[in-house]
Ligand binder design. Sequence first.
Ligand code: B16
Ligand code: MG
Length: 216
Amino acid sequence: MKKGMIFDLDGVIVDTAFYHFKAWQYLAKQIDIDFDATFNETLKGISRIESLEKILHYGNKADVFSVAEKNALMDSKNDYYVKSLSKLTEKNILPGVLPFIKQAKKKKIPCAIASASKNATMILEQLNIKDYFNVIVDPHSLSKGKPDPEIFLTAANLIDVLPNEAIGFEDSQAGITALNSANIFSVGISSKDNLVGADLRVDSFEKINFEQLLCL
Ligand code: B16
Ligand code: MG
């Protein structure tokens, strides 16, 4: 019987993956790099700096910018991203998520957020759902990002469950790999057949039977 739940944020709870994509595209255009949705898949779940490095590498500009210039590029992307979040409302919570986390709260199943995003707390507050989560792992406190299992092991520890007693929800390949390395049951949320190694894949929380999932 599973005893705890660990959620990624962007692309799992809320439809912000699209806003990240638009913000990175806006930034990349300023430095004459163009990329599409397929390349964007490789940015999901990884940190801001790793995303920038990947984009620069993709555009053959890996050695062009100084540390200070890279920081300015990341600030510019984040400003654009945060501005786009002002349009975010409860309507952007992905289908089935709200009833699902309400059930967890009712059944006293502890829930954690394990997001690479430094904007996670602000987003959860804006969506009025922060109180459903017992813990929000601070990405500043971690030494490695997804696909390293550190963030998920930290989350399991903070909600006081063993990894094999937890269920993790992810929309990114990096996140599924991290969950599997942590020995946490991995649920891939995706409408495409693209999350290699997910223990279960569904296109939305609407398709998950809460009671059955706890017994898997
Ligand atoms: P920020 P998740 C991740 O969130 C996003 O998937 C990824 O695209 C983003 O680069 C990362 O957060 C950092 O976000 O720039 O807001 O700190 O999917 O782990 O919830
Ligand atoms: Mg995600």
